[in-house]
Design a protein around this ligand. Sequence first.
Ligand SMILES: Nc1ncnc2c1ncn2[C@@H]1O[C@H](COP(=O)(O)OP(=O)(O)OP(=O)(O)O)[C@@H](O)[C@H]1O
Ligand SMILES: [Mg+2]
Length: 413
Amino acid sequence: MAAQNGLQSRDSIERRINALMALQDISRTLTSELDLNRLLRKIIHAAVEVLDASTGSLLIWDPADNSLVFAVTEGGEGEGETLEQRRMPADQGIAGWIFTHRQPVIVEDVSQDERFFKGIDESLGYCTSSLIGVPLMTKGEMIGVIEVLNKRSGEKFDEQDLDTLSALAAQAAIAIVNARLYSQIREERDRMLSIEEEVHKKLARDFHDGPAQTLASLIMDIEFIQKLLKRDPSKVEAELLQLKEKATKAMHQARTTMFELRPLVLETEGLKAALEYYVEQLRKTESMSIHLQIEGLEERLSHKVEDIVFAIVREALNNIKKHAQANNVWLTVIRGEKELLTTIRDDGRGFDVAEVEISYATRGSIGLLNLYERAEMLGGQIAIESAPGQGTTVSLTVPLPSTKATPGDKSPS
Ligand SMILES: Nc1ncnc2c1ncn2[C@@H]1O[C@H](COP(=O)(O)OP(=O)(O)OP(=O)(O)O)[C@@H](O)[C@H]1O
Ligand SMILES: [Mg+2]
């Protein structure tokens, strides 16, 4: 009897050592895999192998509809593919129980367990007898569930299997978080690159329509004056005066563009000074009247709010210059107690907002989309009201941190 116990414990130690060695191997593979889908496949493959099981599934929680999605499956002779991407409510079945209770389980005979979600087995013609499942979580945050079914040997899963699977799940959870972060960073990088590309395209377009055209027209004027010098020198002075006016306007336009690209006053003196300077520059080159009203901006706002509000005003004013043919523009910035209200209104030709928004996928422009995106970055809201022949109003509301002490705030002592 003692000898038999000895044999059993030797067998158990051997199993443990094998499992630990396998885990060490798996850990190395998992931490180096950054492709999320491949990583999930490796995790479930490892789980099934290390527990010598027939099949297994890795379910990922989708907070959008609080469901568990069969992200990847292993084994099950091809049925797994049918199972993948199927979802079930996050509080149903044994997986749902593991997920909501954040606890592992061993179920020896699932047919006797009322939590078991038979639908999946029935639809796949598969017969689950024993099951072991653990939560996938890191720092208390739930990611999903790993379930492994039916030992190949026909034996039941035991506590040792549970330890092994839990250790694997802990490493897997960290690897999943890493892979997700990596993919978020890549997406963010791609987004930045495409924004940069758009900005370059826009710059090239603006230079083509602005300074390049003005220069071409100045050169034509100079050629004309050269001919005039021979033909009718008395008219040259008047022509030169006009030429100077045109060149001065071009210089102001170039200064405005430079200021738009890098508004230094915004950095050094803040939003109020930047808007005043900007409007002053525009008045030198644009024929429309610009009415500026700024209230409550004596103190500076955060750099982020100042930068983004300025960028939104710049885009809205550029649209007015380019498209509106307006006689008047009203730019109002009012700092309230809890929010900053910015309105840019024109009495120009207006446009059909819905039509423009629908056609964005096929348009080359990004202006209005940028307005929404920028407002969102501040937790604010943009409303664009316009109709053909009725002018346009862009209203931006940005929440501000309250400056007044709330009851319970400790006064500085
Ligand atoms: N104030 C406005 N008055 C009249 N039409 C406008 C006004 N603002 C926008 N629009 C119309 O909405 C369209 C979309 O504007 P958006 O800023 O997205 O693109 P864009 O100015 O054409 O190009 P981009 O801003 O990328 O250089 C414009 O092409 C124009 O037809
Ligand atoms: Mg635009």
